[in-house]
Ligand binder design. Structure first.
Ligand code: SAM
Ligand code: SF4
Length: 342
């Protein structure tokens, strides 16, 4: 692992051409997953050959370079990050940046399937908050949406996470005809367990079976319906991400809405995304990317890598242009969410 040094001050923090400081890095550590959620992946996915993946040491070196350039928040994601072999080695080594005060948060987005096994260790590595993706509380529907996942296992994982002291936020994709009737019950369940819940609009990423328009449920519609059951109040709470929060008076809990389609949130985007092969995507919804693997491997010093990072950020676009309608049959970008990291 490379030697760590404190972030350099002021102008060294990376700022993109639109004046947005890049302080948040999301890292997809694998494109593989133990589930095949129907809105995320096709049934028969071709995954990357394992030989193409960056090693955990290389991922650590890349993340550490970003931390030195002012990134304060790291989210490990995938695919399913917790199925990558020895993944806790990466958490363990990245935790040194928390201890040094160079990083505010090390966190993970997971489907929850491995949490019963790993929750304690995550906490031990300095992780304090995690996102667990869960789209339904009905075991049969859960099996259908994930194509073979076990709801019990995920619920046991959430239990273990809370018992370990991790703050859990639930992320649910709002899907037309699938969970729209269940969202109020999911709110009551989550808030009853002291968990925030955030709803996400389905995004047109990657080819899947079926049509996106059949899955797409605008959150503006969801909010209107929820307002019939709950007294919702806009609140200024932010977690550094694109979610806009409301509180529900009846439960006392928070509900987040991530609305890439009905409300474009790009103007405050502070993040970039790194794939498990070392490709940096400056925007989830655009094809442009920068290869950081080559500069990473070109030299043991980080100089070339730092130059490549600067050059990449100078190309960060203003925003995405997602569209979901019946005429637009192509996804906005060809890669799946599991490649770029959700
Ligand atoms: N496997 C982990 C999980 O499910 O939390 C991490 C990766 S997953 C790609 C991250 C998030 O992206 C999940 O909350 C998932 O529901 C969401 N997601 C996947 N495909 C999506 C799509 N096309 N539109 C919106 N959200 C999507
Ligand atoms: Fe796997 Fe997460 Fe995609 Fe579901 S959403 S298939 S759990 S990567």
């Amino acid at each position: 692992m490379t030697e760590f040094s404190l972030p350099r001050k002021g102008s060294d923090v990376i700022v993109d051409p639109f004046g947005r400081a890049v302080t948040y890095l999301r890292v997809s550590v694998t494109d593989r997953c133990d589930f095949r959620c129907t809105y995320c992946m096709g049934e028969n996915m071709t995954f990357l050959p394992k030989a193409d993946l960056l090693s955990l040491e290389e991922l650590d070196r890349l993340c550490s370079a970003f931390v030195r350039r002012g990134v304060r928040k790291l989210r490990i994601t995938g695919g399913e990050p917790l199925v990558r072999r020895d993944i806790m080695t990466l958490f363990r080594s990245l935790s040194r940046h928390l201890e040094a005060g160079a990083l505010d948060e090390l966190t993970v987005t997971t489907n929850g399937s491995q949490l019963a096994r790993l929750a304690h260790e995550l906490y031990d590595c300095g992780v304090r908050r995690i996102n667990v993706s869960l789209d339904t509380l009905d075991a049969e529907k859960f099996r259908a949406i994930t194509r073979w996942g076990s709801l019990d296992k995920v619920l046991a994982g959430i239990d273990a996470a809370q018992a370990a002291g991790l703050k859990v936020k639930i992320n649910a994709v709002a899907l037309k005809g699938f969970n729209e009737d269940e969202l109020a019950a999911m709110i009551r369940w989550a808030h009853g367990r002291d968990m925030d819940i955030t709803f996400i609009e389905v995004m047109p990423l990657g080819e899947i079976e079926g049509q996106r328009a059949d899955q797409y449920l605008p959150l503006s519609e969801v909010r209107t319906r929820l307002a019939q059951e709950f007294t919702l109040e806009d609140i200024p709470y932010r977690t550094g991400g694109p979610a806009r929060y409301v509180s529900a008076k009846e439960t006392g809990g928070r509900i987040g809405f991530i609305t890439p389609l009905t409300h474009n949130f790009c103007e405050s985007c502070n993040r970039v995304r790194l794939t498990c092969t070392g490709t940096l995507f400056m925007c989830l919804g655009q094809e442009d990317a920068a290869d950081l693997r080559k500069p990473l491997r070109a030299s043991e010093s980080d100089e070339v890598l730092m130059q490549a990072i600067d050059e990449a950020i100078s190309r960060k676009p203003r925003g995405h242009d997602f569209v979901i309608d019946r005429r637009t049959r192509q996804p906005a970008v060809g890669r799946h969410m599991s490649v770029t990291g959700g």
